[in-house]
Unconditional design. Structure first.
Length: 162
């Protein structure tokens, strides 16, 4: 099964090294791919129009998500999952012959509502608003952790087990 992280924007320092490290670790457990789409642009006169920016980003995200079997929208309004729950979800997808699970991370103004509505699942990484770079880091670490939980490896010490 392929795990595809589709994110608005690129990671800059100081998180770049940590994101790369955890994405490489996650790739030990899943066929792992990342697609970065450009962030929305400012409107006329340099003013930001959040709805227009989300819509523009949404178009680019939809193109990147075209082949996804399952889409998971990361949104503050989503359902929180524990690390063992994420591992079970990933195992269920793999056992259910899902070819690709795509996790979608929005930009500065969040995800386009159409992306959220169309997603198979909505997940919250935190009740706090996280910058997309931080969300990408947390997601990569949790995907790595889910892989270790699924294989019974000792990385996960958070209790709750499988």
């Amino acid at each position: 099964m392929r795990v595809h992280v589709v994110v608005v924007g690129k990671v800059r320092s100081p998180l770049q090294e940590a994101v790369s490290e955890y994405e490489a670790r996650a790739a030990r457990y899943w066929k792992f791919a990342v697609t970065e789409v450009d962030a929305g642009s400012r409107g006329k006169g340099g003013r930001e129009d959040p709805a227009a920016i989300r819509a523009a980003e949404g178009e680019r995200l939809r193109t990147a998500l075209a082949a996804a079997g399952r889409v998971v929208a990361l949104t503050r309004e989503g359902r929180a999952m524990s690390s063992p729950e994420l591992a079970r979800f990933m195992d269920e997808c793999a056992l259910g012959s899902v070819r690709e699970v795509a996790f979608v991370v929005g930009g500065a103004f969040g995800l386009d509502p159409e992306i959220v509505r169309a997603a198979h699942r909505r997940v919250s990484l935190s009740g706090l608003t996280l910058p997309h770079e931080m969300a990408r880091l947390v997601l990569a670490e949790q995907l790595y952790r889910a892989g270790t939980i699924s294989r019974g490896e000792p990385y996960h010490k958070g209790g709750g087990g499988r």
